[in-house]
Design a binder for this molecule. Sequence first.
Ligand code: SF4
Length: 475
Amino acid sequence: MLAATSDRFPANARAALQDQGLQKALANTGPQFQARRAAAVAALPEFEALRDAGRDIKNHTLEHLDFYLEAYAAKVEASGGHVHWCNDAIEARGTILKICRAANARTVTKGKSMVTEEIGLNDYLAQNQVTPIETDLGEYIIQLRHEMPSHIIAPALHLNREDWETTFRAAHTDLDPNRTFTERRDILTEARARLRAKFLAADVGITGANFLIAETGSSVIVTNEGNGDLTQTLPRVHIVVAGIEKLVPTLEDAATMLRLLARSATGQDMSVYTTFSTGARQSADLDGPAEYHVVLLDNGRSGMIGGEFQDMLRCIRCAACINHCPIYTAIGGHAYGAVYPGPMGSVLTPMFEGLNQARDLPNASTFCGRCESVCPVKIPLPKMLRHWREREFERHLTPATARGGLALWAWLARHPSLYRLATRAAAKFLRLTAGKRGTFHKLPFASGWSNGRDFPAPEGDTFFARLAAAQRAQR
Ligand code: SF4
């Protein structure tokens, strides 16, 4: 059983590697995300230009965030909505509960929203006699299983088909024993049938927002199931919960970001449903909520402005970095023990939970750079992970063995002739001991790497020795 705290990452990662069900689920879904994104990108010649545009829109917004926040709030109020400014998770949860109580809400339906996971909303509402019902298919099943999402756009990615059936049979005790769940359609039919009545009965609908538009005061959500639309149009009250970094200046900017989002996330040109909501229902509207509230959450975000982590606020939660990360694709999301997994989570979690608690996460990276290369808004994720590692080292949170190794390397680097001698001797020793095979199976101090794969012995001489030989030959 994986522990849902980020300080358990090393033990969780080991357990995840041994979990055959998880490994099967990861093998089934991981490569699909990569292939679909690659196909979508290949079909759009201007995708690189679009990435630049997306980065620039977000950078511009962040540089003028106070201006756009005020402009957005004014538009929301003008269209009959209410904006609630919340510094942290406690304030946000309290505000949402207050709105629910004012609406005499007993049940609330929810669209998929990572920011409500971030503030721990479901448990809080349930403790206060308001029942939250997740309506995204993946969120619905993990709510039945009392689990956290393991992925930011595919929350039940860790499950196999048989897990769905077992969970439905345990939770829906009136289920016909002869019903079969061999196809995805069977799962959808069951979830739809159960959720229909919940949609109709809910007093409040809560969604996140993929974007907030300052020009119009609109919130935008994208889904592939249409559950978000039913969540926000059927109940009397709609609450949007969003981080302050979700702003974009104009409708046109939102359109640019949407073109990037679906391609990077699921490889679609556009998500099946893209819904813009502006204010409460007006007299001429056919549907919509009587009350429209936006809960704007800071929770440490404003502290990132102007610092070395500001670029992270460009994140549009597409999960491309997660889908392409060799660490995430080997261990899944629960091992991180945090709301946000993968490279983006390894940057964000120390920010939210503190470096002491989450110190292992910035080390959950090979620095291969794939995350940055697929990020639609060009966030330099490896650079930010390195910033965390530097802080970890400065605060003496790095394990003693790693500190010792780094100190030895630093000392050698300051003594070039000794460095050359040592690296030459080490390369020779490794070549000799590898023998004819030319590879190691168990390398001392690197068993985590070489237990599962052969490690090639160095070929030829060291770089410095070759450089010196080339220089001598030129003279
Ligand atoms: S960091 Fe980039 S790739 Fe990762 S979720 Fe955010 S926007 Fe997507």
